[in-house]
Design a protein around this ligand. Structure first.
Ligand code: BES
Ligand code: MN
Ligand code: MN
Length: 463
Protein backbone atom coordinates (compact mmCIF):
# COMPACT_ATOMS: atom_id res chain seq x y z
CA UNK A 1 0.00 0.00 0.00
CA UNK A 2 2.20 2.77 -1.29
CA UNK A 3 -0.09 5.51 -0.01
CA UNK A 4 0.87 4.57 3.54
CA UNK A 5 4.53 4.37 2.58
CA UNK A 6 4.35 7.81 0.96
CA UNK A 7 2.82 9.28 4.10
CA UNK A 8 5.60 7.78 6.24
CA UNK A 9 8.34 8.99 3.87
CA UNK A 10 6.91 12.50 3.85
CA UNK A 11 6.74 12.61 7.66
CA UNK A 12 9.99 10.99 8.79
CA UNK A 13 11.45 14.09 10.45
CA UNK A 14 8.20 14.84 12.25
CA UNK A 15 7.85 11.25 13.47
CA UNK A 16 11.39 11.28 14.84
CA UNK A 17 11.02 14.66 16.51
CA UNK A 18 7.79 13.66 18.23
CA UNK A 19 9.45 10.54 19.65
CA UNK A 20 12.38 12.69 20.81
CA UNK A 21 9.96 14.91 22.77
CA UNK A 22 8.66 11.87 24.61
CA UNK A 23 12.16 10.54 25.28
CA UNK A 24 13.15 13.85 26.91
CA UNK A 25 10.81 13.23 29.85
CA UNK A 26 12.52 10.98 32.46
CA UNK A 27 9.56 8.71 33.31
CA UNK A 28 11.42 6.47 35.77
CA UNK A 29 8.76 4.45 37.58
CA UNK A 30 11.20 2.95 40.11
CA UNK A 31 12.24 6.27 41.64
CA UNK A 32 9.57 8.37 43.43
CA UNK A 33 11.63 11.51 42.74
CA UNK A 34 10.43 11.29 39.12
CA UNK A 35 6.73 11.10 39.91
CA UNK A 36 5.99 14.42 38.21
CA UNK A 37 7.78 13.32 35.05
CA UNK A 38 5.98 9.99 34.94
CA UNK A 39 2.63 11.80 35.16
CA UNK A 40 3.74 14.35 32.55
CA UNK A 41 4.61 11.47 30.20
CA UNK A 42 1.14 9.97 30.64
CA UNK A 43 -0.35 13.33 29.57
CA UNK A 44 1.96 13.50 26.56
CA UNK A 45 0.95 9.98 25.48
CA UNK A 46 -2.72 10.86 25.82
CA UNK A 47 -2.26 13.93 23.65
CA UNK A 48 -0.33 11.94 21.03
CA UNK A 49 -3.15 9.40 20.80
CA UNK A 50 -5.70 12.15 20.22
CA UNK A 51 -3.44 13.82 17.64
CA UNK A 52 -3.02 10.48 15.84
CA UNK A 53 -6.75 10.09 15.43
CA UNK A 54 -8.25 8.50 18.55
CA UNK A 55 -11.87 9.58 19.12
CA UNK A 56 -11.33 9.38 22.82
CA UNK A 57 -8.32 9.23 25.13
CA UNK A 58 -8.17 9.43 28.90
CA UNK A 59 -5.91 9.12 31.89
CA UNK A 60 -7.19 6.25 34.06
CA UNK A 61 -6.21 6.33 37.71
CA UNK A 62 -4.95 3.10 39.30
CA UNK A 63 -3.46 2.36 42.75
CA UNK A 64 -0.15 3.40 41.23
CA UNK A 65 0.77 5.24 38.05
CA UNK A 66 -2.08 5.85 35.59
CA UNK A 67 -2.95 3.86 32.50
CA UNK A 68 -3.46 5.89 29.33
CA UNK A 69 -6.48 4.66 27.42
CA UNK A 70 -7.38 5.56 23.87
CA UNK A 71 -9.81 4.23 21.31
CA UNK A 72 -11.06 4.64 17.79
CA UNK A 73 -14.18 2.61 17.15
CA UNK A 74 -15.11 2.81 13.48
CA UNK A 75 -17.78 0.09 13.53
CA UNK A 76 -18.72 -2.07 16.52
CA UNK A 77 -19.28 -5.01 14.17
CA UNK A 78 -15.64 -5.00 13.06
CA UNK A 79 -12.87 -6.72 15.06
CA UNK A 80 -11.03 -4.76 17.74
CA UNK A 81 -7.27 -4.78 18.33
CA UNK A 82 -6.03 -3.83 21.81
CA UNK A 83 -2.54 -2.35 21.77
CA UNK A 84 -0.52 -2.60 25.00
CA UNK A 85 2.71 -0.75 25.74
CA UNK A 86 4.45 1.08 28.58
CA UNK A 87 5.53 4.69 28.92
CA UNK A 88 7.70 4.17 32.00
CA UNK A 89 11.41 3.46 31.68
CA UNK A 90 14.29 2.05 33.72
CA UNK A 91 16.62 4.37 35.65
CA UNK A 92 19.51 5.59 33.46
CA UNK A 93 22.39 4.96 35.84
CA UNK A 94 25.33 4.43 35.75
CA UNK A 95 25.25 7.83 34.04
CA UNK A 96 29.01 8.08 33.46
CA UNK A 97 28.88 5.12 31.07
CA UNK A 98 26.55 6.96 28.65
CA UNK A 99 28.14 8.64 25.65
CA UNK A 100 25.28 11.17 25.53
CA UNK A 101 22.73 12.55 27.97
CA UNK A 102 20.16 9.71 28.28
CA UNK A 103 17.36 12.34 28.36
CA UNK A 104 18.51 14.20 25.26
CA UNK A 105 18.18 11.79 22.32
CA UNK A 106 20.72 11.84 19.50
CA UNK A 107 21.05 9.77 16.34
CA UNK A 108 24.36 7.97 15.88
CA UNK A 109 25.49 5.71 13.05
CA UNK A 110 26.99 2.35 13.98
CA UNK A 111 28.10 -0.77 12.14
CA UNK A 112 24.79 -2.48 12.93
CA UNK A 113 22.79 0.67 12.24
CA UNK A 114 24.09 2.34 9.08
CA UNK A 115 20.89 4.45 8.97
CA UNK A 116 21.57 5.56 12.53
CA UNK A 117 20.10 4.65 15.89
CA UNK A 118 18.29 6.79 18.45
CA UNK A 119 20.28 6.89 21.72
CA UNK A 120 18.20 7.61 24.83
CA UNK A 121 16.74 5.82 27.82
CA UNK A 122 13.47 4.27 26.62
CA UNK A 123 14.39 4.63 22.92
CA UNK A 124 13.57 0.94 22.47
CA UNK A 125 12.05 -0.16 25.82
CA UNK A 126 9.37 0.86 25.39
CA UNK A 127 8.70 4.45 24.33
CA UNK A 128 10.12 3.97 20.84
CA UNK A 129 8.26 0.73 20.24
CA UNK A 130 5.03 1.96 21.84
CA UNK A 131 5.16 5.15 19.78
CA UNK A 132 5.41 3.13 16.54
CA UNK A 133 1.79 2.17 17.25
CA UNK A 134 0.72 5.76 17.76
CA UNK A 135 2.38 6.75 14.47
CA UNK A 136 0.93 3.69 12.70
CA UNK A 137 -2.54 4.87 13.76
CA UNK A 138 -1.74 8.30 12.34
CA UNK A 139 -0.67 6.67 9.06
CA UNK A 140 -3.93 4.74 8.86
CA UNK A 141 -6.22 7.63 9.78
CA UNK A 142 -4.42 10.09 7.51
CA UNK A 143 -4.60 7.72 4.54
CA UNK A 144 -8.12 6.53 5.36
CA UNK A 145 -6.97 2.91 5.72
CA UNK A 146 -7.85 1.93 9.28
CA UNK A 147 -9.76 -1.34 8.68
CA UNK A 148 -10.95 -2.18 12.22
CA UNK A 149 -11.41 -0.81 15.73
CA UNK A 150 -8.46 -0.08 17.92
CA UNK A 151 -7.93 0.44 21.65
CA UNK A 152 -4.77 1.45 23.49
CA UNK A 153 -3.63 0.56 27.00
CA UNK A 154 -0.34 2.28 27.73
CA UNK A 155 0.78 1.71 31.32
CA UNK A 156 3.31 3.40 33.58
CA UNK A 157 4.51 0.64 35.90
CA UNK A 158 5.81 -2.16 33.69
CA UNK A 159 9.41 -1.74 34.76
CA UNK A 160 8.44 -2.19 38.41
CA UNK A 161 6.23 -5.23 37.94
CA UNK A 162 2.84 -3.82 36.81
CA UNK A 163 1.60 -4.15 40.39
CA UNK A 164 -1.61 -2.12 40.04
CA UNK A 165 -2.57 -3.42 36.63
CA UNK A 166 -4.20 -6.70 37.66
CA UNK A 167 -6.83 -5.04 39.87
CA UNK A 168 -7.34 -2.32 37.28
CA UNK A 169 -7.82 -4.87 34.52
CA UNK A 170 -10.25 -6.97 36.55
CA UNK A 171 -12.31 -3.87 37.33
CA UNK A 172 -12.37 -2.74 33.69
CA UNK A 173 -12.87 -5.95 31.70
CA UNK A 174 -15.53 -4.41 29.45
CA UNK A 175 -13.46 -1.37 28.58
CA UNK A 176 -10.63 -3.55 27.29
CA UNK A 177 -12.73 -6.12 25.48
CA UNK A 178 -11.11 -6.91 22.13
CA UNK A 179 -10.33 -9.72 19.73
CA UNK A 180 -6.58 -9.77 20.04
CA UNK A 181 -3.77 -7.93 21.83
CA UNK A 182 -0.85 -6.43 19.93
CA UNK A 183 2.38 -5.59 21.78
CA UNK A 184 5.72 -4.24 20.62
CA UNK A 185 8.01 -4.70 23.63
CA UNK A 186 10.29 -7.50 22.41
CA UNK A 187 12.67 -7.90 19.49
CA UNK A 188 13.60 -9.61 16.26
CA UNK A 189 16.64 -11.85 15.64
CA UNK A 190 18.29 -9.29 13.37
CA UNK A 191 17.31 -6.74 10.73
CA UNK A 192 17.92 -9.41 8.08
CA UNK A 193 16.15 -12.18 10.03
CA UNK A 194 12.73 -11.12 11.28
CA UNK A 195 11.08 -13.16 14.03
CA UNK A 196 7.93 -13.13 16.12
CA UNK A 197 8.18 -13.84 19.83
CA UNK A 198 5.99 -16.77 20.86
CA UNK A 199 7.21 -17.29 24.41
CA UNK A 200 8.10 -15.16 27.43
CA UNK A 201 9.65 -16.39 30.64
CA UNK A 202 7.98 -15.85 34.00
CA UNK A 203 9.67 -14.45 37.06
CA UNK A 204 10.15 -14.93 40.78
CA UNK A 205 12.14 -12.18 42.48
CA UNK A 206 13.30 -12.21 46.08
CA UNK A 207 15.51 -10.20 48.38
CA UNK A 208 17.42 -12.06 51.09
CA UNK A 209 18.98 -10.80 54.30
CA UNK A 210 21.55 -12.77 56.29
CA UNK A 211 22.39 -11.60 59.83
CA UNK A 212 25.46 -12.72 61.74
CA UNK A 213 26.56 -10.89 64.92
CA UNK A 214 24.30 -8.11 66.24
CA UNK A 215 26.79 -5.39 65.16
CA UNK A 216 29.78 -4.93 62.87
CA UNK A 217 32.87 -6.41 64.57
CA UNK A 218 36.65 -5.95 64.46
CA UNK A 219 37.76 -8.61 61.99
CA UNK A 220 40.93 -9.29 63.96
CA UNK A 221 39.40 -9.58 67.41
CA UNK A 222 36.44 -11.69 66.27
CA UNK A 223 37.56 -13.02 62.84
CA UNK A 224 37.57 -16.81 62.65
CA UNK A 225 35.28 -17.23 65.62
CA UNK A 226 31.91 -15.91 64.40
CA UNK A 227 30.04 -16.34 61.14
CA UNK A 228 30.70 -13.68 58.52
CA UNK A 229 27.25 -13.25 56.88
CA UNK A 230 28.80 -12.27 53.54
CA UNK A 231 30.93 -15.43 53.45
CA UNK A 232 27.89 -17.49 54.42
CA UNK A 233 25.60 -15.80 51.87
CA UNK A 234 28.16 -16.45 49.11
CA UNK A 235 28.39 -20.12 50.08
CA UNK A 236 24.62 -20.44 50.16
CA UNK A 237 24.25 -18.81 46.76
CA UNK A 238 27.09 -20.88 45.26
CA UNK A 239 25.44 -24.08 46.47
CA UNK A 240 22.30 -23.31 44.48
CA UNK A 241 23.93 -24.53 41.24
CA UNK A 242 25.63 -27.92 40.93
CA UNK A 243 28.62 -28.81 38.73
CA UNK A 244 26.31 -29.09 35.70
CA UNK A 245 24.75 -25.71 36.43
CA UNK A 246 21.48 -27.28 37.42
CA UNK A 247 19.61 -25.42 40.13
CA UNK A 248 19.68 -27.43 43.37
CA UNK A 249 16.45 -26.21 45.01
CA UNK A 250 14.39 -29.39 45.57
CA UNK A 251 11.35 -29.46 43.28
CA UNK A 252 12.53 -26.49 41.18
CA UNK A 253 12.28 -28.39 37.87
CA UNK A 254 9.19 -30.43 38.78
CA UNK A 255 6.73 -28.53 36.55
CA UNK A 256 9.18 -27.47 33.82
CA UNK A 257 7.86 -28.11 30.33
CA UNK A 258 10.19 -30.49 28.48
CA UNK A 259 10.29 -29.75 24.77
CA UNK A 260 10.23 -32.63 22.32
CA UNK A 261 13.26 -33.43 20.17
CA UNK A 262 11.32 -32.06 17.16
CA UNK A 263 10.59 -28.76 18.90
CA UNK A 264 14.24 -28.41 19.88
CA UNK A 265 15.37 -29.21 16.35
CA UNK A 266 12.96 -26.56 15.04
CA UNK A 267 14.41 -24.01 17.50
CA UNK A 268 17.95 -24.84 16.43
CA UNK A 269 17.10 -23.74 12.89
CA UNK A 270 16.86 -20.08 13.90
CA UNK A 271 19.95 -18.21 12.70
CA UNK A 272 22.37 -17.93 15.62
CA UNK A 273 26.15 -17.66 15.62
CA UNK A 274 27.86 -18.49 18.89
CA UNK A 275 31.10 -16.76 17.89
CA UNK A 276 29.28 -13.51 17.08
CA UNK A 277 27.40 -13.83 20.36
CA UNK A 278 30.63 -14.18 22.36
CA UNK A 279 32.30 -11.41 20.41
CA UNK A 280 29.46 -8.96 21.03
CA UNK A 281 29.81 -9.53 24.79
CA UNK A 282 33.64 -9.79 24.92
CA UNK A 283 33.45 -13.32 26.27
CA UNK A 284 35.94 -16.14 25.69
CA UNK A 285 33.28 -18.66 26.58
CA UNK A 286 29.61 -18.94 27.43
CA UNK A 287 28.22 -20.54 30.58
CA UNK A 288 25.08 -22.44 31.43
CA UNK A 289 23.15 -25.59 32.06
CA UNK A 290 24.75 -28.76 30.73
CA UNK A 291 22.91 -30.41 27.88
CA UNK A 292 21.35 -27.23 26.46
CA UNK A 293 22.39 -24.78 23.75
CA UNK A 294 22.85 -21.07 24.39
CA UNK A 295 19.52 -20.29 22.72
CA UNK A 296 17.79 -22.93 24.85
CA UNK A 297 19.48 -21.76 28.03
CA UNK A 298 18.07 -18.27 27.65
CA UNK A 299 14.56 -19.19 26.54
CA UNK A 300 13.18 -22.62 27.43
CA UNK A 301 15.18 -23.23 30.63
CA UNK A 302 14.68 -21.59 34.02
CA UNK A 303 17.45 -19.66 35.77
CA UNK A 304 18.56 -18.39 39.17
CA UNK A 305 20.72 -15.27 39.16
CA UNK A 306 22.01 -12.81 41.72
CA UNK A 307 21.09 -9.31 40.50
CA UNK A 308 22.87 -7.48 43.28
CA UNK A 309 24.76 -8.32 46.47
CA UNK A 310 25.94 -6.00 49.19
CA UNK A 311 27.03 -5.59 52.79
CA UNK A 312 30.09 -4.66 54.83
CA UNK A 313 32.55 -1.97 53.86
CA UNK A 314 32.77 -0.88 50.23
CA UNK A 315 34.17 2.63 50.63
CA UNK A 316 37.68 3.98 49.93
CA UNK A 317 40.66 2.07 51.28
CA UNK A 318 40.43 -0.80 53.75
CA UNK A 319 38.36 -1.16 56.88
CA UNK A 320 38.87 -4.34 58.88
CA UNK A 321 35.37 -5.43 59.73
CA UNK A 322 33.11 -8.44 59.99
CA UNK A 323 29.72 -7.11 58.96
CA UNK A 324 26.57 -7.82 60.84
CA UNK A 325 24.47 -8.18 57.69
CA UNK A 326 24.62 -9.27 54.06
CA UNK A 327 21.98 -8.89 51.35
CA UNK A 328 21.23 -10.09 47.84
CA UNK A 329 18.53 -9.64 45.23
CA UNK A 330 17.86 -12.83 43.31
CA UNK A 331 15.78 -13.41 40.19
CA UNK A 332 14.51 -16.71 38.90
CA UNK A 333 13.28 -16.75 35.30
CA UNK A 334 10.56 -19.35 34.88
CA UNK A 335 9.36 -21.41 31.94
CA UNK A 336 5.91 -22.75 31.07
CA UNK A 337 4.05 -24.57 33.83
CA UNK A 338 6.28 -23.26 36.63
CA UNK A 339 4.23 -21.20 39.09
CA UNK A 340 5.80 -18.03 40.42
CA UNK A 341 4.32 -18.22 43.95
CA UNK A 342 5.23 -21.89 44.25
CA UNK A 343 8.83 -21.30 43.12
CA UNK A 344 9.21 -18.37 45.52
CA UNK A 345 8.03 -20.64 48.35
CA UNK A 346 10.44 -23.43 47.32
CA UNK A 347 13.27 -20.90 47.29
CA UNK A 348 12.37 -19.52 50.72
CA UNK A 349 12.07 -22.98 52.30
CA UNK A 350 15.37 -24.09 50.80
CA UNK A 351 17.21 -20.90 51.71
CA UNK A 352 16.13 -21.23 55.34
CA UNK A 353 17.01 -24.91 55.40
CA UNK A 354 20.58 -24.49 54.14
CA UNK A 355 21.36 -21.58 56.47
CA UNK A 356 23.74 -22.65 59.26
CA UNK A 357 22.74 -22.01 62.90
CA UNK A 358 25.40 -19.31 63.09
CA UNK A 359 23.21 -16.86 61.09
CA UNK A 360 19.58 -15.75 60.86
CA UNK A 361 17.98 -15.38 57.44
CA UNK A 362 15.01 -13.57 56.00
CA UNK A 363 13.49 -13.90 52.51
CA UNK A 364 11.34 -11.08 51.14
CA UNK A 365 9.41 -11.82 47.94
CA UNK A 366 9.11 -9.08 45.29
CA UNK A 367 6.98 -9.12 42.16
CA UNK A 368 6.44 -12.25 40.12
CA UNK A 369 5.12 -13.18 36.72
CA UNK A 370 3.69 -16.15 34.87
CA UNK A 371 5.41 -17.51 31.75
CA UNK A 372 3.59 -17.26 28.42
CA UNK A 373 3.50 -19.16 25.14
CA UNK A 374 1.49 -18.14 22.14
CA UNK A 375 0.13 -20.35 19.37
CA UNK A 376 1.22 -19.89 15.74
CA UNK A 377 -1.90 -21.38 14.17
CA UNK A 378 -4.14 -18.33 14.64
CA UNK A 379 -5.38 -15.63 12.27
CA UNK A 380 -3.53 -13.03 14.29
CA UNK A 381 -0.17 -14.83 14.06
CA UNK A 382 -0.71 -15.36 10.35
CA UNK A 383 -1.56 -11.69 9.87
CA UNK A 384 1.58 -10.66 11.74
CA UNK A 385 3.77 -13.13 9.89
CA UNK A 386 2.54 -12.04 6.46
CA UNK A 387 2.93 -8.36 7.36
CA UNK A 388 6.58 -8.89 8.31
CA UNK A 389 7.22 -11.06 5.29
CA UNK A 390 6.00 -8.19 3.12
CA UNK A 391 8.17 -5.49 4.71
CA UNK A 392 11.32 -7.53 5.45
CA UNK A 393 11.14 -9.65 2.31
CA UNK A 394 11.59 -12.74 4.46
CA UNK A 395 9.18 -14.87 6.46
CA UNK A 396 9.67 -14.35 10.22
CA UNK A 397 10.50 -17.36 12.39
CA UNK A 398 8.77 -17.96 15.73
CA UNK A 399 11.16 -17.69 18.72
CA UNK A 400 10.87 -17.76 22.48
CA UNK A 401 12.61 -14.99 24.38
CA UNK A 402 14.16 -14.99 27.83
CA UNK A 403 12.59 -11.74 29.02
CA UNK A 404 9.32 -11.30 30.88
CA UNK A 405 6.21 -9.18 30.41
CA UNK A 406 4.05 -10.41 33.29
CA UNK A 407 0.89 -8.70 32.07
CA UNK A 408 0.74 -10.92 28.99
CA UNK A 409 -0.25 -14.04 30.97
CA UNK A 410 -2.61 -11.82 32.98
CA UNK A 411 -4.35 -10.70 29.77
CA UNK A 412 -5.00 -14.32 28.93
CA UNK A 413 -6.32 -15.08 32.40
CA UNK A 414 -8.50 -12.00 32.84
CA UNK A 415 -9.57 -11.13 29.28
CA UNK A 416 -9.18 -14.58 27.72
CA UNK A 417 -7.08 -13.01 24.96
CA UNK A 418 -3.84 -14.10 23.33
CA UNK A 419 -1.17 -11.53 22.54
CA UNK A 420 0.90 -11.07 19.42
CA UNK A 421 4.42 -10.05 20.48
CA UNK A 422 5.24 -7.84 17.52
CA UNK A 423 8.54 -6.34 18.65
CA UNK A 424 11.11 -4.67 16.38
CA UNK A 425 14.06 -4.21 18.75
CA UNK A 426 17.42 -6.02 18.72
CA UNK A 427 19.14 -7.80 21.63
CA UNK A 428 22.04 -5.40 21.05
CA UNK A 429 19.85 -2.33 21.73
CA UNK A 430 21.16 -2.23 25.31
CA UNK A 431 17.75 -1.96 26.96
CA UNK A 432 18.08 -1.37 30.75
CA UNK A 433 21.79 -0.60 30.12
CA UNK A 434 23.80 2.56 29.44
CA UNK A 435 23.55 3.72 25.79
CA UNK A 436 20.17 2.17 25.08
CA UNK A 437 19.27 2.77 21.44
CA UNK A 438 16.74 1.89 18.78
CA UNK A 439 17.53 1.68 15.08
CA UNK A 440 15.95 4.33 12.87
CA UNK A 441 15.45 1.41 10.44
CA UNK A 442 13.62 -0.53 13.16
CA UNK A 443 11.42 2.41 14.19
CA UNK A 444 10.20 3.01 10.65
CA UNK A 445 9.99 -0.71 9.87
CA UNK A 446 7.57 -0.98 12.77
CA UNK A 447 5.50 2.00 11.62
CA UNK A 448 5.35 0.50 8.14
CA UNK A 449 4.56 -3.09 9.22
CA UNK A 450 1.90 -2.44 11.88
CA UNK A 451 -0.73 -1.11 9.40
CA UNK A 452 -0.20 -4.24 7.28
CA UNK A 453 -1.02 -6.37 10.32
CA UNK A 454 -4.34 -4.49 10.65
CA UNK A 455 -5.09 -4.90 6.97
CA UNK A 456 -4.34 -8.66 7.01
CA UNK A 457 -6.12 -9.30 10.30
CA UNK A 458 -9.30 -7.41 9.33
CA UNK A 459 -9.37 -9.24 6.00
CA UNK A 460 -8.99 -12.67 7.61
CA UNK A 461 -11.67 -11.89 10.17
CA UNK A 462 -14.15 -10.86 7.47
CA UNK A 463 -13.68 -14.02 5.42
N1 BES B 1 10.43 -5.13 27.32
C1 BES B 1 10.98 -5.82 28.42
C2 BES B 1 10.90 -7.32 28.29
C3 BES B 1 11.58 -7.94 27.09
C4 BES B 1 12.62 -7.32 26.44
C5 BES B 1 11.16 -9.15 26.64
C6 BES B 1 13.22 -7.88 25.34
C7 BES B 1 11.77 -9.72 25.56
C8 BES B 1 12.79 -9.08 24.88
C9 BES B 1 10.26 -5.37 29.68
O1 BES B 1 10.14 -3.98 29.76
C10 BES B 1 11.06 -5.78 30.89
O2 BES B 1 12.11 -5.24 31.10
N2 BES B 1 10.54 -6.71 31.67
C11 BES B 1 11.09 -7.07 32.92
C12 BES B 1 9.99 -7.60 33.78
C13 BES B 1 9.92 -7.13 35.17
C14 BES B 1 10.28 -5.75 35.50
C15 BES B 1 8.73 -7.64 35.91
C16 BES B 1 12.17 -8.11 32.76
O3 BES B 1 12.10 -8.96 31.84
O4 BES B 1 13.12 -8.08 33.54
MN1 MN C 1 9.48 -3.18 27.99
MN1 MN D 1 12.12 -3.18 30.42
Amino acid sequence: MSEQKNYIDANREKMLNELFELLRIPSISADPAYKGDVLKTADAVKKSLLDAGCDKAEICETQGYPVVYGEKIIDPKLPTVLVYGHYDVQPADPLDLWTNDPWDPVIKKTELHPEGAIYARGACDDKGQMFMHVKALEVMTQTGTLPCNVKYMIEGEEEVGSDSLEDFLRANREKFSADVILISDTGILSNENPSITVGLRGLSYVEVEVTGPNRDLHSGLYGGAVANPINILCQMIASMHDENNHITIPGFYKDVEELSAEERAEMAKAPFDLDDYKKALDLSDVHGEKGFSTMERNSIRPTLDVNGIWGGYTGEGAKTVIPSKAYAKISMRLVPHQDSDKITQLFADHFKKIAPDSVKVEVRPHHGGTPYVSPTDTDAYQAASEAMEETFGKKPVPVRTGGSIPIVAMFEEVLGLKSILFGFGLDSDAIHSPNEHFGVFNYFKGIETIPLFYRNYAKMKSE
